[in-house]
Write a protein of this length. Structure first.
Length: 209
């Protein structure tokens, strides 16, 4: 028990002293993850006025918050999560599973015929500690993101998703090749160096799928 407490204390100290956490706090953002998205969005010119963005697994809402600040009322930003999320000015929030027909109907009502230009996902699986179980669960999560893109993302548009090194990431990148014209790996500075996470930008959804 003491070892567990020590690990928790070490994580809390690292978190408090993290320069990205301090920056997020000073700039009024909900999480340090906003700077991961910011770097990728700027590098790849992802954001533009009047676009429609869907944020899957959005809570606590840092990515949607950043987009709302950047694009203002010109953009349609829709955040979806199983967990509740505090409101963000300029962001529509739907609580529920993005594969659920009720959620999709609510999404379509907000869209009002507008196509989706960008799907983003910073989701991660709940970790059990059993590698094979966690990989299978994450593979299913990534498949659900691709399922959503095939049904709602406009052809020619993009998907940005968080991956972790392992078999689920390999599976996802194979699946992306049949659906998108190209893809690039991004490892933003705000990602902790020892973390297995990286980001994958799948570009130009193919038409007719």
């Amino acid at each position: 028990m003491a070892r567990k407490g020590n690990k928790t204390g070490e994580w809390a100290r690292r978190h408090i002293n993290d320069p990205w956490v301090k920056k997020a706090t000073s700039e009024g953002y909900r999480s340090r993850a906003v700077y991961k998205f910011k770097e990728i969005a700027e590098q790849d010119s992802l954001l533009r006025p009047n676009m429609t963005v869907v944020d899957l697994g959005s809570a606590p809402g840092g990515w949607s918050q950043f987009i709302a600040r950047q694009l203002g009322d010109s953009a349609t930003i829709i955040a979806i999560d199983l967990l509740p999320m505090e409101p963000i000015q300029g962001v529509h929030f739907i609580e529920g599973d993005f594969q659920d027909d009720v959620v999709l109907a609510e999404l379509d009502e907000i869209l009002a015929g507008r196509p989706i230009d960008l799907v983003i996902s910073d989701m991660a699986p709940n970790i059990s500690g059993v590698r094979s179980v966690d990989e299978a669960q994450y593979e299913g999560l990534l498949d659900s993101v691709l399922w959503f893109c095939e049904r709602r993302l406009k052809s020619g548009r993009h998907l940005l998703v968080k991956l972790f090194e392992g078999s689920a990431a390999h599976h996802f990148r194979r699946e992306v090749k049949s659906r998108f014209k190209s893809g690039v790996v991004r490892k933003p500075a705000a990602s902790r160096p020892k973390s297995r996470e990286f980001y994958f930008l799948a570009k130009h959804l193919k038409a007719g799928r």
